[in-house]
Design a protein around this ligand. Sequence first.
Ligand SMILES: NC(=O)c1ccc[n+]([C@@H]2O[C@H](COP(=O)([O-])OP(=O)(O)OC[C@H]3O[C@@H](n4cnc5c(N)ncnc54)[C@H](O)[C@@H]3O)[C@@H](O)[C@H]2O)c1
Length: 319
Amino acid sequence: MPKKRIVGVVGLGHVGAHVAYTLGVTGTADLVKLCDINEKKLVSEHQDLMDAAMFMPHHVKYAMASYEELGDCDIIINAIGKIDLLVTHNRDTEMNFTVAQVADFIPKIMKGGFKGIFINITNPCDVVSDLISKLSGLPAGHVFGTGTGLDTSRLVSAISQQTGLDHKSITAYMMGEHGNAQMVPWSVIQFGGKRLEELKDDSRFVFDHDAIKEKTIKGGWVTYVGKGCTEYGIAYTATTLAGYVLRDEKHIMATSAPLRGEYGEDGIFAGVPAVVGENGVEKVVELSLTDTEKKEFKTCCTAIRENIKKAESIWKKAE
Ligand SMILES: NC(=O)c1ccc[n+]([C@@H]2O[C@H](COP(=O)([O-])OP(=O)(O)OC[C@H]3O[C@@H](n4cnc5c(N)ncnc54)[C@H](O)[C@@H]3O)[C@@H](O)[C@H]2O)c1
């Protein structure tokens, strides 16, 4: 009998509910297990998703689950949070809440025998990915975050708008923190194999670096201001990553990946391009950055490292 692809989603707010829906619509999962601390919300989201399942182009089932019942999932996507805390427009503000919650439920999930891949969305994304990795004890790379995956999409959109070229013809990445400490490695951007430097005589390929970086970093807040959340972009980002894992695609995409010496960094999660396959992040792609870009990336990592320290004091206090 063919094996069922089972994906768990923890936290069914704006993000988690859209992730669960997208997993069904795209046919990425056969069974989506739903888990939320808010029982009423859980029951309602389950009903609504089941009502949609009949019309989805692929067969999919939705089931409610406790943390322990997520044990047989191939992938668990973490999307818990409290989005109202983000009125400050700083993702770190959510940290006191999310770190304490994650520290509480990861041991419960592991008690259920979970041995799959964890994809973290919850903010601060790099910090929470690091925490899940430490608390779960899963092998390196089996826990990773969406990181700068969504920010990369915002960057590529901005470049696409200016050049008129399709998103998929552009190779570009946002790197660093999924937060304010991000950078654009301009030197590695390519269009069908042509580097930016080779195209500088064409005005469409001359970019205002500061303006594009600002537009990319602030993109999430443009969405947040009008609707109090962001959901479609992140739902597709996470679903895409889940598909790469389930189909063992070995696809290169920006994620929050554990760094073990790459880019001169060790022991933190940061947004970098990485090969994603059945073992999660299987390899960090080390780009040849210029000296200025290397320094910029280091500054981003310093910001993440400081937040990891803050997070550790929160969950150690909760122990
Ligand atoms: N990484 C990214 O690119 C990205 C993008 C968008 C949002 N986010 C983050 O995703 C998270 C979710 O955002 P949202 O808009 O859905 O928030 P939300 O407030 O709408 O929903 C959060 C959900 O999590 C549930 N929850 C809280 N604690 C829980 C726990 N211990 N166990 C199970 N469920 C729990 C709540 O009941 C709620 O349903 C936030 O941290 C947000 O900042 C990240």
